[in-house]
Design a protein around this ligand. Structure first.
Ligand code: HEM
Length: 441
């Protein structure tokens, strides 16, 4: 606990506050602010914000005293006009109702049933690559994760329509990009970014409308994917049709971006750590006897799971979790008022020397060693009741995608030595990570 009345505040520019440093280099800015303390007071364009980086305080906000917090208004602003009736922006009873309705599609048993399809879609996708083919790896991984979402959560072949989802997600990230032109203009002045946003969201809405209408009219085999689960809740009067559709939009947007970003960074790291790639291949050869892995091999792919966990530590895909206090709270000895806003970044505690040996080192084997560290030193999926509902889905998907790829190709990856990130809700690399396919034999 600190002795002062108010949390320390790093120097920022008058009026623009700390947004300028964040805009230049979001992760370096957050790291440098965290040196002032575990709770730090910031100003973004006149808005007050507390940066919280100690695992125990993070646990207090996300779990122990979660009833004193709601999502931050910035989250609602980010998704306004696209997910106004989805769980991403809902609060209170509506949010509880939406989470409850989707839950049957995300139980461990149900997710395990998606496993074989996750690997099959990946195998088919990778088999279409030619030896020597070059591409922007993140763009390619996004097409793959959209296809997997289609095949698992919607029972829908989205090949050829991936851009409908990808363009809407790009427009959303652009909208929250601190560096975008027009970011400082009042909301009522339409910018090219706003117009692009509306256009891409309209296309995504149309795609989801068509899927839902088709499913409503279908008389064939019953399915228990997320679309069926949400439509059943609609029939029982628990969800409106708009809530069904906007939740599907939320799953498509949230469900493709982060896993594809993580897989891209796995390959970026493998390029720099050939020994890790060799160990992945060894495990694959030991564990997988068929043409590709399936859910039966998931538990045995221990090393592959560790590579995924370590990549999520070093390069968490989200900039942070947003919360707002709905009553006054005491945090680290500071009395903070109702309405206080919080940014809880994964990047800083994930690399904090107090909790990690050699935190900058990519070391998948650290997950084998039993180190006593606070639970919330690692929280790529956030935590508590509001934590990511796609957590188990994503970890299983990433493991099976990676193993399937390793069994089929090696990728030569070309990227900046030090990744830098755009200042947005997602920690997206600012420059491309490109890859060239090398087929075995
Ligand atoms: C590597 C993959 C992923 C990471 C790191 C990740 C991370 C996160 C984080 C940090 C949050 C914010 C939670 C909070 O406010 O406390 C979140 C929310 C969410 N995620 Fe994920 N996510 C991933 C994959 C997925 C997938 C695959 C899906 C769906 C299939 C998904 C659906 C969602 C939804 C719907 C929310 C909003 C939940 C709510 O507000 O109740 N995510 N995710």
């Amino acid at each position: 606990m600190s002795g002062a009345d108010t949390p320390p505040s790093p120097d920022g520019l008058p009026i623009l506050g700390h947004g300028v440093a964040f805009s230049r280099n979001p992760v370096k800015a957050m790291e440098s602010w965290a040196e002032y303390g575990d709770v730090v007071h910031l100003q973004f364009l006149g808005e007050s914000m507390y940066l919280v980086t100690h695992p125990d305080l993070i646990k207090q906000i996300l779990v122990e005293e979660q009833h004193k917090f709601t999502i931050g208004p910035e989250q609602q602003e980010t998704f306004a006009g696209v997910e106004d009736h989805a769980m991403t922006t809902a609060t209170g009873d509506q949010w509880r109702r939406l989470r409850r309705a989707a839950h049957p599609a995300f139980t461990r048993e149900r997710i395990a049933e998606y496993g074989d399809r996750m690997a099959a879609v990946t195998a088919q996708f990778v088999d279409e690559w030619d030896d020597g083919e070059q591409f922007d790896l993140h763009a390619e991984m996004r097409r793959l994760t959209v296809q997997i979402l289609g095949e698992t959560l919607l029972n829908e072949d989205l090949r050829g329509q991936e851009d409908v989802v990808i363009d809407a997600a790009d427009a959303l990230v652009d909208r929250t990009n601190f560096r975008r032109p027009g970011q400082l203009l009042p909301d009522w002045i339409p910018t090219p970014t706003d117009r692009r946003f509306r256009r891409t969201v309209q296309r995504l809405d149309t795609l989801v409308d068509e899927i839902v209408e088709e499913r409503q009219g279908a008389t064939g085999e019953a399915s228990d994917d997320v679309c069926a689960v949400l439509l059943a809740a609609h029939r029982e009067g628990d969800l409106t049709l708009t809530e069904v559709k906007q939740n599907l939009v939320a799953f498509l947007l949230a469900g493709h971006e982060s896993p594809s970003g993580v897989l891209t960074r796995v390959w970026y790291l493998l390029e720099r750590h050939p020994d890790v790639y060799e160990s992945l291949c060894d495990e694959y050869n030991r564990v997988v006897s068929d043409d590709r892995p399936g859910i039966e091999q998931y538990d045995a792919l221990e090393y592959t799971q560790r590579v995924v966990a370590e990549t999520l530590r070093l390069y968490p895909p989200t900039t942070g979790v947003n919360r707002q206090a709905i009553e006054s709270i005491t945090l680290d000895g500071y009395e903070l008022p109702e309405g206080a806003r919080f940014l809880i970044p994964q990047w800083v505690p994930h690399r904090d020397e107090r909790f990690w040996d050699a935190p900058e080192t990519f070391d998948p084997d650290r997950w084998e060693r039993n180190i006593d560290r606070p639970e919330y030193a690692y929280f790529p999926f956030s935590g508590g009741p509001r934590g990511c509902p796609g957590n188990d889905f994503a970890r299983q998907e990433l493991t099976l995608m990676l193993a399937t790829m390793v069994g089929r190709v090696d990728l030569d990856v070309v990227a900046d030595d030090q990744l830098t990130f755009i200042p947005s809700v997602q920690l997206r690399p600012a420059t491309n990570i490109n890859a060239e396919v090398r087929r075995a034999g």
